[in-house]
Design a protein around this ligand. Sequence first.
Ligand code: NAP
Ligand code: F7E
Length: 339
Amino acid sequence: MKKVALITGITGQDGSYLTELLIKKNYKVHGIIRRSSSINTKRLDHLFNNKNFRNKKLFLHYGDLTDSISTSNIISKVRPNEIYNLAAQSHVKVSFETPMYTADLDALGTLRILEAVKNLKLKTKIYNASTSELYGDNKAKIMSEETKFSPVSPYGIAKLYAFEIVRCYRNAYNIFASNGILFNHESPRRGETFVTRKITLGLSNYIKQGKYFELGNLSAKRDWGHARDYVWGMWKILQLKKPLDLVLSTGKTYSVEYFLTSCLKYLKIKFKKKIINKQIHFIDLKNNKIICKTNNKYLRPNEVPYLKGSSLLARKTINWKPKTNFNLLVKEMIDSDLK
Ligand code: NAP
Ligand code: F7E
């Protein structure tokens, strides 16, 4: 019998890579999509338009994780072996502007799934998309499953509720539910307002049209991996015999500025840095044009200054380690945006 998976957030970056992986592993994949005024399935179209998959391997259902009825109706209809809960308002800065919606979706959305599985008495295994944002302003040099959480954004705080409610239902009702504490992961399919994609897209527009782009805090450091490697880790987490919360990370950290200058180096663009009106400008030495500059409007009310994860436990328990290094990630994203 083929395994059946249900993915919330299937139209997102991770949802699309996970769908590809599960279809390769011969799963039937069901996904929840939201109705929107413009089509939002572009990351899935290559799969959905493939006649070998449509109606046989990939099934999409309209729903919304803020709607308990649609969430439990879909779970009841699909009766999945595995649920991957990836749906979220996933933008940290936007969470300061939509704190209540972020809490309803990112915190209570997870609760709605757990309640449905409990009430329907299903044996479904649940993966919950947790995040390194839980560590917030913790000053640890490297973060693991043992590190104290200290979130500083409405997003991080909503995700902390989701993390804890997963543990609560696991212990109270013996539900197989695991949190993957994933550090930043990127790809050519990354949303265009996250910093790595903003940079690779911004540089490709600069090359094609000579337009500059703007960024916020260049000194924040992140542990960036490739989304393809991380969805493989999600699947591995659900193949364990017993549920476990695990960190997935590369163990390396770089600043936003380093990501930008690595892209410039890959593109062989020579530049100088200049401060004008307190804003940092990156200027093309060939033509004296501005490539990129900072703008305070992209700063956050609270910042997470530094993240670096240890995924030693994931190496031991699920034999996971990332396959794509930082330079390959930069290359893949730039090459894709230049096309
Ligand atoms: P993403 O690209 O922003 O995708 C989010 C998905 O959630 C989209 O499919 C979106 O649908 C869906 N969604 C939004 N609101 C919804 C609602 N009310 N009901 C149902 N679905 C809804 O995020 P991602 O980068 O793939 O991340 C996947 C998950 O991992 C998220 O939970 C994120 O918070 C978490 N996470 C991400 C990272 C990372 O670095 N990428 C790291 C740690 C944790 P639309 O297409 O309709 O908007
Ligand atoms: O910001 C700085 C910004 O928005 C990274 C989500 O997937 O990973 C992601 O959250 C850093 C921050 O990702 C701009 O201030 C500078 O320090 O790409 P980001 P994030 O906030 O780390 C975690 C693990 C998740 O769980 C989230 O869902 O870059 N930064 N200038 C900027 N960030 C953005 N977005 N735009 C800028 O112009």
